[in-house]
Design a protein around this ligand. Structure first.
Ligand SMILES: [Zn+2]
Length: 405
C-alpha cells in the first residue's frame, strides 16, 4: 500500500523533469540546432502537459483508493463491530454463558424456605407452597408474590399475566392462580411454544401442608429452571411465541394445567415442555424419564429433546415412556386436548423400558417434610433443566439480542 502511494510521485517527478527539459530545450537549444515552428513547440508542450495531467489524476486516484483502503482496513481490523460479534454467539451458547449451577440452586433454597426472600422490602420464608395456603394470604406461603416480584425485575408488566381459575372441591370454592410470561414471536407469533412447571408443593404422608411443605425437589427443581429461563430469555428474541407458565394446583390433581389447557385449547400450541421434579440421582447414572405419550407431536418434541441433549454434550440418559408414562403430572392435561407435551422427571417409575434407566432411583422424600435442597443432585438437576431449556430455544428459534456498548 505504501509502495502504491509513492509510485505516482516518481512518475509525476519524471514527467515534470521532461516538461522542464522540453521547455528549456525549446527556448535555448532549438534556435542553435534548428528552428522549430511555434506550432511544433506548442504541440510538444500540449502533449507533455496532457501526460502530466494524466499522471496527476492517476496519482490522485491512487491516493484516494489508498485512503479508502486505509479506512476499510481500520473498520475491519481496528474498530470492532459489536453486532457481528454478538451474532456469532447462538442462543444456547449465550444461555450457558449467563447461568451457573449456583444461581440455579439459589432459587431452590429460596423457594423451599431454606433462605429468606424479600417481598416488598420485607423478609419472608416460603415454608409451604401448598395452593390452599398460598391463596388464602398465609404469611408463610408467599411464593406467588415472590415469583411475581422476581419476574418483574426482568419483564415489563404487559408480558406478565396472572390467570385465575376456580377449583371447586368437596367443601369449598377456591380461586387459584397460574402465572404466564409471554415472549412474543417475531416471525410466527401465532405459533406458541410452552415451557411449564408447577410451583405449588405438598406433604401427604407426614406433617401439615398448610404449615410446612418445602418441595425443593418437587418442584423447586422445575421452578428454578423456569426462573433462570425467564431471566435470560428476557435478553433474547424469538421467531415463535414462547409462553412460560407456572401452574398452581398440580398437587390437587393438576388443577392449574387443566384450567390452562381448557381455556387455551384453541391456541396454536405446537408443543409443551414441562419440567417436574428431577433432583434425585443417587446412583449417578444421569438417567431421567421423559413422559412422551401417544401423540405424534409429542414424539417430535421428545426427539428434538434427545437431539438437543446429544448436540450440546449434556451427557444424560433417558427412559422414553409412551403408553406407560406417569399420568399424574401436568403434561396429561395437554394430551387430553390433543396438544403435544413432554414432561421431564427423575427416574421415578419402576423399571419400564429396556436399555433405559433401569431400576428406579427416585427421591426418598416425595411429598414429605424432608424434601429439601440437601438431597438434590445439583449437577444432574441443572443439566436436565438445560436440556428442557435448550429444547425450547431450538423450537422457538431464539436469538440473543445484540448489546451495543
Ligand atoms: Zn410435582
Amino acid at each position: 500500500m505504501i509502495k502504491n502511494k509513492k509510485k505516482p510521485d516518481w512518475i509525476l517527478l519524471f514527467i515534470l523533469v521532461l516538461i522542464t527539459t522540453a521547455i528549456v530545450g525549446a527556448i535555448f537549444l532549438s534556435p542553435h540546432l534548428r528552428t522549430p515552428t511555434s506550432v511544433e513547440t506548442q504541440k510538444a508542450l500540449l502533449i507533455l502537459t496532457e501526460a502530466a495531467e494524466t499522471a496527476l489524476s492517476m496519482q490522485q486516484a491512487e491516493s484516494q483508493k489508498a485512503a479508502i483502503q486505509d479506512q476499510a482496513t481500520q473498520e475491519i481490523e481496528i474498530i470492532p463491530s459489536p453486532i457481528p460479534t454478538q451474532k456469532t454467539v447462538n442462543a444456547v451458547e449465550y444461555f450457558r454463558n449467563n447461568i451457573s449451577q449456583e444461581s440455579y440452586a439459589d432459587w431452590i433454597r429460596k423457594l423451599s424456605g431454606e433462605k429468606p426472600v424479600l417481598i416488598g422490602g420485607q423478609e419472608y420464608k416460603i415454608e409451604t407452597r401448598y395452593s390452599y395456603a398460598m391463596f388464602t394470604g398465609q404469611q408463610n406461603a408467599k411464593a406467588k408474590e415472590f415469583l411475581l416480584e422476581t419476574i418483574r425485575q426482568w419483564m415489563p408488566e404487559n408480558q406478565i399475566t396472572q390467570e385465575e381459575y376456580v377449583y371447586i372441591d368437596a367443601t369449598s370454592e377456591n380461586k387459584w392462580i397460574n402465572i404466564i410470561v409471554t415472549f412474543p414471536g417475531e416471525i410466527k407469533p401465532e405459533e406458541e411454544v410452552l415451557f411449564t412447571a408447577h410451583y405449588d408443593s405438598c406433604v401427604v404422608f407426614e406433617g401439615d401442608p398448610m404449615k410446612y411443605a418445602p418441595g425443593a425437589n418437587d418442584n423447586g427443581t422445575g421452578v428454578a429452571t423456569i426462573l433462570e429461563a425467564i431471566r435470560i430469555f428476557s435478553q433474547m428474541k424469538f421467531d415463535r411465541t414462547v409462553k412460560i407458565v407456572l401452574f398452581s394446583g398440580e398437587e390437587n390433581f393438576q388443577q392449574g394445567s387443566k384450567a390452562y389447557a381448557a381455556r387455551h385449547a384453541a391456541d396454536n400450541i405446537i408443543g409443551v415442555i414441562n419440567m417436574d421434579m428431577y433432583g434425585t440421582d443417587k446412583d449417578n447414572d444421569r438417567c431421567f424419564e421423559m413422559y412422551v405419550g401417544e401423540l405424534s407431536g409429542s414424539h417430535q418434541l421428545a426427539d428434538l429433546m434427545i437431539q438437543t441433549i446429544q448436540q450440546n454434550g449434556l451427557n444424560l440418559k433417558y427412559d422414553y415412556l409412551t403408553g406407560d408414562a406417569y399420568s399424574l403430572a401436568d403434561q396429561t392435561s395437554f394430551w387430553n386436548v390433543n396438544i403435544p407435551a413432554v414432561t421431564a422427571m427423575e427416574n421415578f417409575l419402576p423399571e419400564t423400558t429396556e436399555g433405559g434407566c433401569g431400576v428406579r432411583d427416585r427421591t426418598d422424600f416425595w411429598h414429605l417434610p424432608g424434601d429439601t435442597t440437601e438431597s438434590i443432585n445439583l449437577p444432574y438437576a441443572f443439566d436436565i433443566g438445560l436440556a428442557g431449556t435448550f429444547t425450547v430455544l431450538n423450537l422457538a428459534g431464539a436469538h440473543p439480542v445484540p448489546i451495543i456498548e
